[in-house]
Ligand binder design. Sequence first.
Ligand code: DX5
Ligand code: ZN
Length: 217
Amino acid sequence: MLKGIAPSILAADFARLGEQVDAVLAAGARVIHVDVMDGHFVPPLTMGDLVVKAIADQVHEANAQIDVHLMVERPEQHVKAFAKAGADSITVHVEATPHLHYALQAIKAEGCLTGVALNPGTPVEAISAVEADMVLCMTVNPGWGGQAFLEPSIAKLGRIRELVGETKPIEVDGGIGAETAARCAAAGATVFVAGTAVFGAQNPQEAVKSISAAVGR
Ligand code: DX5
Ligand code: ZN
C-alpha cells in the first residue's frame, strides 16, 4: 500500500536524476512518482519506461516504490513495458480509455498495484464500476507541474472517501505543498504527490520532511 509523500521527478533536474532521487529517499520518501505524458492525452511529452528502469534499483534498495502515473491515451498498451521496467503501481485515467476495466486487469496481471485517476472535471461516479487499489484525485488539470491547487478538490476528496470506504489509499496530485497537503489529509487523502514543492525548493530534503510533518507522517 502506498502512503505519505510521493515526490514527482517531473520537477527534478534530469542531469542529476539519480542523485535527486537518493536525496528524497534519504529524507524519508517511500514513493517516487513518475509522470508519463504522451502528447495526446495531455500536450507535453515527458518520459517512458526507460526512466523507470534507470531509477528502479536505487528505489527498491531503499524499500520504496515506483508509482507510475500514465497520462496517455490507451494506457493498456503500455502496462507491460512499465511493469517490466520496475513499476510497483500503475495509475490510468478514466478519461484515457474506453477499456478502463481491461486496463486495470492488465496492471493486476503484471503484479502491480492498480490506480484509477480522475481529472478535475470528471465526476467521482466515473470510478464506481471498477475496482482499483487506489484512487488518484487530480488537484490540477494534468499536463504540467507548478500549477495552483484547485480548491474544489477538497470537497471532491470527501465524495471519493465516501464512495471507496475508509481504508483505500487516495492520492492527490498537483499544487501540493505543506499547506494544501494538510488540508487534503484532513479531507481523506493518504498519498501526496509533490513536484515543484520538493525539487523546486532550495533544499528538497527539508521540503520532504516539512510536507511529511504537515500530513502527520
Ligand atoms: C501533473 C502531474 C503531477 C505534477 C505535479 O500533470 O501529474 O504529478 O508533477 O507537479 P506540482 O507538484 O509541481 O504541481
Ligand atoms: Zn502525476
